[in-house]
Ligand binder design. Structure first.
Ligand SMILES: [Zn+2]
Length: 240
C-alpha cells in the first residue's frame, strides 16, 4: 500500500529482506561453482566416502566464521570430524547430555579417531565474554554455556598480571581455555580408555587467524610453540 511504503519501518524491513536475498544468492552461487568446478575433480573421492568415513582427527573449534579447519589444515573431505560451538568448549562428562558428548563419544568409540585437537583462536568473542561478563547482558544462554570455562577466568585473574607491558590477557585466556577443555575431554570414559590404550592423543592449539600462525601446546616446556615441520612430529606434540 502507498501509505505503508512511506513508513520507515516498512522500508527498513524490506531493505533487510533484500540484503538477506543477496546473502542467500551468494550461497547458491557458491553451490553452483562447487558443483561445476570442484565436485567433478573429486567425484571419485566423494563416491568412495559414500561407503563410510574414517577421519583421523576430532577437531574441536569455535563457531567463529573466521575459522575454517579444513582450509587451515589443508584437509580433504572425510579427514576431520568437526565439533564446533561458541568458545570450543567441552562440557565435562555427565554435566549435560548434549551434542558435544554424543559427538565426542561417537568420534572416539565408533570412528576411533587417533587424535583430538582443541583449537582456540585470536579475538574469540566467547572468551572475551567470559573474561568480561558485563558484555553478556541479555545473552543468558551464552552466559550459562560459558560456565564450562569458568575455571579459565579464575585461573587467569589469579595468575596473569595485567600491569605487565606485554600482557595479553585475552590470548592467555584462550590458550588456558584450550587446556581446560582437554581436561574435560579426559573425563569421558571413552577418551580415558583410548588414551590408556595408547590409541588417542589430545592436543591444544592457538590459531592467530590474522597472521595464519598456529601455536601448539608443548607439555615439556608448558608453552605454546609455533608449528613447524619438526613440531608436527607426533612424538613432540602429544600431551595426553
Ligand atoms: Zn571464538
Amino acid at each position: 500500500m502507498p501509505e505503508a511504503r512511506q513508513d520507515k519501518t516498512y522500508i527498513a524491513e524490506n531493505t533487510d529482506a533484500a540484503w538477506k536475498g543477496i546473502a542467500m544468492s551468494k550461497l547458491f552461487h557458491g553451490i553452483h561453482a562447487f558443483q561445476k568446478k570442484i565436485f567433478p575433480k573429486q567425484r571419485n573421492h566423494f563416491e568412495k566416502l559414500a561407503h563410510g568415513q574414517n577421519p583421523s582427527t576430532l577437531f574441536i573449534t569455535c563457531s567463529d566464521s573466521r575459522i575454517v579447519p579444513e582450509l587451515l589444515t589443508q584437509s580433504e573431505p572425510g579427514e576431520l570430524f568437526v565439533l564446533r560451538n561458541a568458545g570450543n568448549l567441552v562440557p565435562p562428562f555427565g554435566d549435560v547430555s548434549g551434542g558435544e558428548a554424543a559427538t565426542i563419544e561417537y568420534a572416539v568409540a565408533v570412528l576411533k579417531v587417533e587424535q583430538i585437537v582443541v583449537c582456540g583462536h585470536s579475538h574469540c568473542g566467547a572468551i572475551t565474554g567470559l573474561m568480561r561478563p558485563d558484555t553478556l547482558q541479555g545473552l543468558p544462554a551464552v552466559e550459562q554455556w560459558l560456565q564450562h570455562a569458568s575455571k579459565v577466568r579464575q585461573e587467569i585473574l589469579e595468575k596473569v598480571d595485567e600491569r605487565q607491558p606485554d600482557c595479553d590477557m585475552l590470548m592467555a585466556a584462550i590458550k588456558c581455555n584450550a587446556l581446560v577443555q582437554l581436561g574435560h575431554l579426559r573425563t569421558y570414559p571413552a577418551v580415558a580408555e583410548a588414551i590408556e590404550r595408547g590409541t588417542l592423543s589430545l592436543h591444544a592449539w592457538y590459531y592467530r587467524f590474522e597472521t595464519g600462525e598456529v601455536l601448539v601446546y608443548d607439555e615439556s616446556t608448558d608453552k605454546f610453540i609455533p608449528v613447524s615441520i619438526e613440531t608436527a612430529m607426533p612424538s613432540e606434540a602429544i600431551v595426553a
